[in-house]
Each structure stands twice: as structure tokens, then as C-alpha cells.
Write a protein that binds this ligand. Structure first.
Ligand code: PLP
Length: 365
């Protein structure tokens, strides 16, 4: 199966009501649209609307990072941010380190940009193995490392502070860029971890994020803070996109400024926690031995099934039953994780979804 086919949805996902927070967001965007005068005849500045960047900077400050408005550039999502980051620091053929298992969208980008990949093992609890990365640096001339320090996909792992500090030291010692994918950072319900930027004293972290996972995938609104490569990144955005939509940015900035986002996020985190608990309860009744992570943020958990289970085969059988899962092999270039699965708890457990989940063990034989 191709990486582009990867998404994990069980039946019944799109019949949910629109949450009150999203209704309020839509109102803010409509108001911004109504306020528009002659803007439609002009492009926004390439770095994006200053009022939105200001709001993003305020949220960054709550996570240990005093970001300046000028250090932020608005993008059309985290995937574009990651793309701009790789474009800014790498040339064709360069070597980039990624965590394994790790986000398949990064693997697609590396393939597309003709970059070489070195996979660094990542623990399901504490993320990137920085010791293993240090050893790999002895053998490879690595240009950049893409990492998700907070609630990594697919495992939900978060890196402890000492690993983060060690990673930054290595970046400085080996003249590397660290590309931080922070898309799940704000989803944490027990704690909202600091960004990696919070310990980035040498300014070697390129921070990439978006609102796709915590608010709306359809806004197509993300941002990037490029550290010492920031000016190049803003130029790359200008040449590839010119500008972002101004009224969407202003509407979202208002939604942040009037407290709508913070209130929405509080409810959403609680809902995610409940949905994760329900998923773990359902998995507890499966008649097969499994190992599941129990993340305190993010939208998915990682499931290790008995060794003989091939989750690509399971994917095909489940698809015939109208159930879509994400097989573990998609999260690595090297065919590992064939007995693993990422399971999403992003949606409420309707009866149809719970029944679909309970059918999976019978399809494993
Ligand atoms: C870890 C991670 N990074 C980046 C992206 C891309 O996000 P966006 O929709 O903001 O482009 C995704 C989307 O699935 C993701 O899971």
C-alpha cells in the first residue's frame, strides 16, 4: 500500500455535530470576511498577518519559548512548514535523520526532495533515542534531524527534558538543523509540554506546527519559526506561495484573542482523554495479547500485536469490511513494525466504530 493511502478512520466518523468552538471560529472568520475592504486586491505580507503571529507568540510563551512576531511565518499547514524547513537546510542527496517509527508525511517529503534517510530508533514512551542518534552522527554526515518531541505520531511519546537538551547540544556540536514537528504539542491533557525551542539556545531548531490536529484540518493554517534559517524560509514561502489568505488569518487571530480557542481547547483535551480511555477499555477486552501505549496527548496510540500478525494483510481484510486502519510499516522506510498498528482516538466511539474495532482480532488469523 502507498503512504498516501494512509489515514485511520473507523466507520461513523463524519456524522458528528460541529462543536460549539468551531461554530464560534466560523463566526470569527465570517466577521473578518465582512470587515474586508480593499484587501482582496492585495497580497498579504509573505510572513503572514502580524495579529495572528502575535497570538501564536503569546501561546508559545506559555510553553517556555519567548517567540518574537518577526520570528514567525504563517504557512498553509505543518506539512508545508516541514517542506520549507527541509528546502532551506538541505540539498539533493543530503542525509536527514528521522525517528522510527515516525510520521510518514516526512518520509514522503524526503523521497520527493531526493534526500537520504537515516532512521533513529524512537521509544514508544520517551521518543527519539538521542544516545543512538549520537552514535549515528559518528558514521554519517547528517544535515538535519526531524523530530516530534511532544506526543509524536504514531506512538504518542514525549521526550524528557534531558534528551531535549542533549539533542540541542549535538546539533551545536555537529552543525545540524533540528526540525521540530510540534503539531500535537497543545493537545496534552495532563501537561502541555514546552516546545523544543524553549531550550534552543544556539537557535538551531526550526519549529513547525499548525492548527490541523487541535482545531481544524480544513483551515490549512500553520506556521514556522526558522531559527538561523528564518530569512531563507520566508523567501521560500514567498516564491512558492506568495501569501496566505488574510481573512482566515484575521478570523483565527480574533478567535484566539477573545479566548474562544483556549475554551475550545480545554473541552477538546477532555474529550480526547475520554476517547483514549474508551479505546484502551475496548482494547482490554480483545482476545489477543497486545501492547498499547497510553499517551497523555495526541490523537492516536500505538499497538504492538503478536509477532506473526501482518498488519498490511490485516489492513486489506479490514478494508473489505469497511474498516480503515494504519499499518505499522508505513511509519518506517525499512519494513519494520509489520506487527504494529496506529489506532486513532480522534473521534467519539460511536457504536459502529466500537463494533468495527472489536471485529479486528477476528481478521488477524
Ligand atoms: C506529525 C504530523 N506532522 C504534520 C502533519 C501535516 O499537518 P498539516 O495538516 O497541518 O499540513 C501531520 C498530519 O497528519 C502529522 O500527523
Amino acid at each position: 500500500m502507498s503512504r498516501s493511502a494512509a489515514f485511520d478512520l473507523l466507520p461513523g466518523s463524519d456524522k458528528n455535530e460541529v462543536p460549539a468552538g468551531i461554530v464560534q471560529l466560523n463566526r470569527s472568520i465570517s466577521r473578518a470576511l465582512r470587515r474586508q475592504r480593499g484587501d482582496f486586491q492585495y497580497y498579504d505580507e509573505p510572513a503572514g498577518d502580524p495579529s495572528l503571529r502575535q497570538q501564536i507568540a503569546l501561546r508559545a510563551a506559555k510553553r517556555g519559548w519567548q517567540a518574537e512576531v518577526d520570528e514567525l511565518c504563517i504557512t498553509s499547514g505543518c506539512q508545508q512548514s516541514l517542506f520549507l524547513a527541509l528546502m532551506a537546510v538541505c540539498q539533493k542527496g543530503d542525509v536527514v535523520a528521522v525517528e522510527a517509527p515516525g510520521f510518514y508525511g516526512v518520509l514522503q517529503l524526503l523521497e520527493q526532495l531526493r534526500l537520504q534517510v537515516v532512521e533513529i530508533p524512537a521509544s514508544a514512551e520517551t521518543g527519539l533515542d538521542v544516545g543512538a542518534f549520537e552514535q549515528t552522527l559518528q558514521r554519517w554526515d547528517i544535515k538535519a534531524c526531524v523530530v516530534s518531541p511532544s506526543f509524536a505520531t504514531p506512538t504518542g511519546a514525549s521526550m524528557p527534558l534531558h534528551s531535549r537538551v542533549h539533542l540541542i547540544e549535538l546539533a551545536e556540536r555537529h552543525d545540524l538543523a533540528i526540525i521540530e514537528d510540534d503539531i500535537y504539542g497543545e493537545s496534552g491533557w495532563l501537561v502541555v509540554p514546552d516546545t523544543l525551542k524553549a531550550v534552543d539556545h544556539p537557535n538551531r531548531v526550526i519549529h513547525c506546527s499548525s492548527l490541523s490536529k487541535v482545531l481544524s484540518r480544513d483551515l490549512r493554517l500553520g506556521w514556522i519559526s526558522g531559527g538561523r534559517w528564518h530569512d531563507d524560509i520566508v523567501r521560500l514561502k514567498l516564491t512558492s506561495q506568495l501569501a496566505s489568505s488574510r481573512f482566515i488569518q484575521r478570523g483565527v487571530a480574533d478567535f484566539f484573542a477573545d479566548g474562544g480557542y483556549a475554551a475550545y481547547l480545554r473541552r477538546y483535551r477532555q474529550q480526547l482523554q475520554q476517547q483514549r480511555d474508551q479505546l484502551l477499555d475496548l482494547l482490554g477486552t480483545w482476545p489477543v495479547p497486545i501492547r498499547a501505549t497510553s499517551p497523555a496527548g495526541g490523537l492516536a496510540l500505538w499497538l504492538e500485536l503478536p509477532e506473526q500478525v501482518d498488519t498490511i494483510k490485516l489492513y486489506n481484510r479490514a478494508l473489505d469490511e469497511g474498516v480503515v486502519i494504519t499499518p505499522g510499516e508505513l511509519f518506517s522506510m525499512s519494513g519494520k513494525f509489520s506487527n504494529c498498528l496506529r489506532l486513532s482516538f480522534a473521534h467519539p466511539w460511536t457504536r459502529a466504530r466500537a463494533e468495527a474495532l472489536m471485529r479486528l482480532p477476528s481478521l488477524m488469523a
